[in-house]
Design a protein around this ligand. Structure first.
Ligand SMILES: C[S@@+](CC[C@H](N)C(=O)[O-])C[C@H]1O[C@@H](n2cnc3c(N)ncnc32)[C@H](O)[C@@H]1O
Length: 203
């Protein structure tokens, strides 16, 4: 998917999911599991493919020290506006999720979140992202991924299966697999997103 073009023309429907309780509540429930028995502050979190920081800001509001990375400049401009409007602290980095160390995101992340980036990458990119995530994650880290089911959808993300996730994130194990409910989104129904949340812990 050409995200540079999408942001340039103002096409970013994924941002609306923050206002969709079945999706947002389930995602934040998964996040809450990582907060039990801690702070705030809960520690360092990395929002992979942060876009306009919809979820990064949500994490920052809850008490996470958030860094967001995205490759698209316009997305990061929107992210800066959202962060300032929310009055929270969140660090933004322009770079590629397949080269996190080169981008200088830092390390020791206890929570890593990806809502919609991994599932659109090529196999080679996925493997690189997996290696990079492992390199910057804390030893007790949790990774939450939101992926469409695998399917040919033209220019839209092709999705990822459980096996795709396991192949890319060796050294991690899937501890939860939940429906990411986007109903009644007509685009999701038309392109059969059949979206899922994966929760992974380091082995
Ligand atoms: C579907 S959007 C989701 C954005 C955000 N996570 C959200 O849920 O609102 C996917 C995001 O991943 C970013 N992205 C795609 N490939 C990337 C890559 N290789 N490195 C960094 N960001 C990438 C896009 O620019 C886009 O902002």
């Amino acid at each position: 998917m050409n995200y540079k073009l999408a942001y340039a023309i103002g096409f970013h429907p994924w941002e609306d999911l923050a206002d969709h309780p079945p999706f947002a509540d389930k995602l934040l429930e998964l996040v809450a599991c990582e907060e039990d028995g801690y702070g705030p502050p809960y520690g360092a979190a990395l929002d992979l493919g942060t876009g306009s920081a919809v979820w990064g800001v949500a994490l920052a509001k809850r008490g996470w020290e958030v860094t967001g990375i995205d490759s698209v400049e316009k997305a990061l401009r929107r992210a800066r506006e959202r962060i300032d409007a929310a009055g929270v602290e969140m660090r933004l980095v322009q770079g590629d999720v397949t080269a996190l160390r080169e981008a200088g995101v830092g390390s020791g992340f206890r929570l890593l979140l990806d809502t919609g980036t991994f599932h659109g990458l090529t196999d080679t990119q996925r493997a690189a992202m997996g290696d990079e995530v492992s390199a910057v994650a804390a030893p007790d880290a949790t990774l939450i991924l939101d992926c469409f089911a695998p399917r040919n959808r033209g220019p839209l993300p092709r999705g990822a299966s459980r096996a795709d996730v396991e192949r890319a994130f060796t050294g991690w194990r899937i501890t939860e697999l939940e429906v990411a409910d986007t109903q009644p989104d007509q685009i999701a129904r038309l392109f059969r997103f059949d979206e899922r949340f994966y929760r992974l812990r380091r082995k």
